[in-house]
Design a protein around this ligand. Structure first.
Ligand SMILES: [Zn+2]
Length: 287
């Protein structure tokens, strides 16, 4: 690899440079920080290449031309609707219109779910930097802008990021921007896996998605970031995905020749973390 196309970085969570290899995929290595146990791709593609892959869905030769455009999944809308109905039940009961911004909206599944729950008069919109995803979502009539989150975005009540954490090179910087677009007392919904809470790579049967996925948190990393940037957690769910439905899916995958691992249900420590947090009233001094 050309050295200008990849870069070596310190731990994105704690800044340490001490780390040991944890897993390899597509020629990239996820390392474990010796000091805080965060997992991150190191070395990683240069930021210009990350930006290009996020916008086009195509990675360069250093990632063997990995394609990540995927497709819209209808079942996601139903799943998110169930999750948000529960996690934000007080918002729906209050019945006041809200402004909700989904960042990394993909094909708009979260937006569709929230739109079905939100009081009339609400404004539900998304940002999606990947062109093909944003245009398909717009074709379905959703309000999605092809862009990253920017500090001058109109103020909103809630920002959501679902399965986006691992794509963000600097989550601290991102949270700083989220603070700027939230109204006072505004809320953030984050959903991501707790991969860094696993000891061994083998405990997670799926692909890691390196180098499309750059960082992997554990619960204390995610909560640590939120605390650092002035958010208080008001609700957290730890959703396990290793039930019998998942076992059946993996058996089907193996039967059609796709990569899948078979595990005994209800034995994995892997969880999908679903966190609802609120901006603290007095949190001016954060860095
Ligand atoms: Zn660290």
């Amino acid at each position: 690899m050309e050295s200008s196309r990849i870069e070596h970085i310190p731990c994105p969570f704690c800044g340490s440079r001490r780390a040991t290899p944890w897993a390899e995929e597509l020629g990239f290595t996820a390392v474990r920080c010796t000091d805080c146990r965060f997992l991150y791709c190191n070395p990683r593609p240069a930021l210009t290449l990350i930006d290009s892959a996020v916008r086009t869905g195509s990675h360069g030769p250093e990632a063997q031309g990995l394609q990540v455009t995927s497709r819209r999944i209808d079942a996601k809308v139903r799943r998110y609707r169930r999750v948000f109905a529960d996690m934000f039940d007080d918002l729906w009961r209050r019945g006041e219109p809200i402004a909700w911004l989904d960042v990394g909206a993909g094909y708009g599944e979260v937006i569709e779910a929230v739109t079905a729950l939100a009081p009339s008069g609400s404004h539900i919109e998304g940002l999606e930097p990947m062109g093909p995803k944003a245009s398909q979502a717009r074709a379905r009539g959703l309000t999605i802008t092809e862009d990253y989150l920017r500090p001058d975005h109109a103020k909103v009540d809630v920002v959501s990021i679902v399965d986006v954490f691992s794509h963000i090179p600097d989550f601290g910087e991102f949270l700083g921007t989220v603070r700027q677009v939230l109204k006072p007392g505004g809320e953030l919904y984050v959903e991501t896996g707790n991969l860094a809470d696993l000891e061994r790579r083998e405990e997670f049967p799926g692909e890691l998605g390196l180098p499309d996925h750059l960082v992997f948190a554990g619960e204390r990393h995610l909560l640590g970031y939120l605390e650092r940037f002035g958010f208080e957690v008001i609700r957290i769910r730890r959703w396990r995905i290793d039930g019998f439905v998942n076992l059946a899916k993996n058996i089907v995958k193996m039967l059609i020749g796709r990569p899948a691992g078979i595990r005994i249900p209800y034995t994995s420590r892997y969880r999908q973390l679903q966190v609802r947090a609120r901006l603290r009233a007095q949190s001016a001094s954060v860095g």
